[in-house]
Design a protein around this ligand. Structure first.
Ligand code: ZN
Length: 151
């Protein structure tokens, strides 16, 4: 498959992250390859995390975490994943997968199942991000969010 335009060398980093999604957490929770395209994946994850916490309650101190289970994927890593598309926007740093925390003891009150939390992540992403710019998909235990502006 033709995967042009390739990301540029200057798009990549080997460290960084954002306030709530550290490089180390990405390495622990995701199909991370220590070289990644930062930027948009962290912006999307932070926006959805903020909307998720706001949906749980209005206390600004509320902070339930999310896991980033996939951010940037190089094309070889991408094609090794059984459900991936050859055209996956993960290969350009334009898609992120978010999931609830694994430990039910750290889940917000009133949400009893992993699926309840998956649905909440999906709903807040759809509400919080412009549908003309982003697409959303619930699948494989995570919510896939991609930046895909419609012409
Ligand atoms: Zn994905």
């Amino acid at each position: 498959m033709d995967r042009t335009p390739f990301p540029h060398r200057s798009d990549f980093a080997d460290n960084g992250g954002s306030a709530h999604f550290t490089w180390a957490a990405l390495a622990q929770d995701s199909d991370f390859d220590p070289i990644a395209i930062p930027g948009r994946i962290f912006d999307m994850a932070e926006s959805v995390r903020a909307a998720y916490n706001n949906a749980i309650d209005t206390d600004p101190e509320t902070d339930y975490g999310l896991r980033m289970t996939s951010g940037y994927r190089n094309p070889i890593a991408n094609d090794r994943l059984p459900l991936s598309s050859e055209a996956s926007l993960h290969q350009w740093g334009n898609a992120v997968d978010l999931a609830p925390l694994r430990n039910p003891e750290s889940w917000p009150p009133g949400y009893d199942t992993y699926d309840d939390l998956m649905n909440l992540i999906y709903e807040v992403a759809v509400i919080g991000l412009d549908e003309d710019l982003y697409d959303f998909l619930l699948h494989g235990g995570h919510v896939h969010i991609e930046y895909d502006p419609q012409p």
